[in-house]
Write a protein that binds this ligand. Structure first.
Ligand SMILES: [Zn+2]
Length: 379
């Protein structure tokens, strides 16, 4: 048993100023405020204690990728993000040829079954060429029920999310198949109109992939996916809050319109996160990272981010003016809820003991995953 005390504990909509958390094994047993239930405590000296972050859209980090079919790299990418507070990650695969996508799904299924990652997100291949961003347009395909069923089969229940452009021929049937399989269908990398987006949500899509990015901008005569998603109570929205993909005012506005209960902060991080500027690869495409911004060498489209979730949370609070409770909810509770990961995402009795200690500057001091400290003090 471990008791962490003297913390500002963010638990649901509350902050316990003199909070404590009792951990038993890999679970949270009890949460409270005031005197701890035992004198044998680890005093956190007034630091923030927040639930481990849940990143549902991440391609890599720490110089390693989830997309290269190499389990060693995938482990390193997960470890890198873990050190930045993401105790749960969904590995996102970019558009790839059918065979290599199947191989990657199988490889990641083994890592999900051993608890390294929480599942896989297929970002593609059923995306719109006009909004494909860093995805290779030559590899995009029209939605194919048989191919998708094969990918879900290969994942053995570990494919958790699939991003689809709902305006493509057959897309609505594919969205229905995804939703019926208990997987989250997301609308993204899409040129859909408002009406086409609504049709995608009516077919069962419950998430918008990196809202604003990879979709047509809002226009007063054609409001598009952004307006449809923010107005729809059934739909959550991913935000890449790195200061590059979105202006802080847009982040604040999305929180105000959807509420933190429908906002999932994501990193969309690629290999270069934490690995410095230089030349990288994403889905077979050449990417150049300059001053932390990843762009395709060919054409200059933004190619993922170098963001980590601790920075996304800090920026939400500092730059976008979001409350700590709402920022934490969007970094942990909402993404867990969206993907139906019911044992993570909150500090509450019975939840997995996934915890992050943050200092006054909202920098990560320690990370606990499944009741074990995995990272010591860092700056
Ligand atoms: Zn994307």
């Amino acid at each position: 048993m471990t008791v962490l005390s003297g913390a500002r504990v963010v638990s649901g909509d509350e902050v316990f100023d003199h909070g404590w958390v009792r951990v038993e094994g890999d679970r949270i047993a009890e949460v409270g405020s005031g005197p701890a239930p035992t004198s044998d405590v680890t005093d956190l000296g007034g630091a923030w204690l927040v639930p481990g972050f849940v990143d549902i859209h991440v391609h890599g980090g720490g110089g390693a990728s989830f997309c290269d079919g190499d389990p060693g790299q995938a482990r390193r990418a997960a470890e890198f993000h873990l050190a930045h507070g993401s105790t749960t990650v969904i590995a996102s695969l970019v558009t790839a040829p059918a065979g290599s996508l199947l191989d990657s799904v199988r490889m990641l299924a083994r890592l999900a079954e051993t608890g390294v990652i929480a599942g896989t997100h297929l970002e593609g291949p059923y995306l719109a060429a006009a909004r494909c961003g860093a995805h290779d347009p030559a590899l995009l395909r029209v939605p194919d029920l048989d191919e998708l069923a094969g990918l879900l089969d290969a994942g053995r229940g570990t494919v958790r999310q699939v991003t689809v452009a709902p305006e493509l021929p057959g897309a609505l049937d594919v969205i229905k198949l995804i939703a019926d399989a208990g997987v989250v269908a997301a609308v993204g990398h899409t040129d859909a109109t408002y009406a086409q987006a609504r049709a995608g949500f009516d077919a069962g899509a419950t998430l918008a992939t990196h809202l604003y990015n990879g979709m047509r901008p809002v226009h007063h005569r054609e409001p598009g996916v952004v307006t449809a998603a923010l107005a729809d109570e059934r739909v959550a929205v991913e935000l890449i809050n790195d200061g590059v993909h979105l202006h802080p005012a847009i982040v604040r506005d999305a929180f105000a319109r959807a509420g933190a209960g429908r906002v999932a902060l994501v990193t969309d991080a690629m290999t270069a996160a934490g690995a410095g500027d230089g030349e990288y690869e994403l889905g077979g495409r050449h990417v150049v990272v300059t001053a932390g911004v990843a762009r395709l060498a060919d054409g200059g489209a933004i190619a993922g981010s170098t963001l980590t979730m601790d920075v996304a949370v800090r920026r939400a609070v500092r730059e976008a003016g979001v409350s700590m409770v709402d920022a934490v909810r969007a970094a942990a509770t909402t993404p867990a809820w969206v993907l139906r990961l019911d044992r993570v995402g909150a500090i509450a009795a019975g939840q997995q003991a996934d915890l992050v200690v943050l200092d006054d500057d909202l920098a990560v001091r320690r990370v606990m995953r499944r009741g074990r400290w995995v990272s010591t003090s860092r700056t």
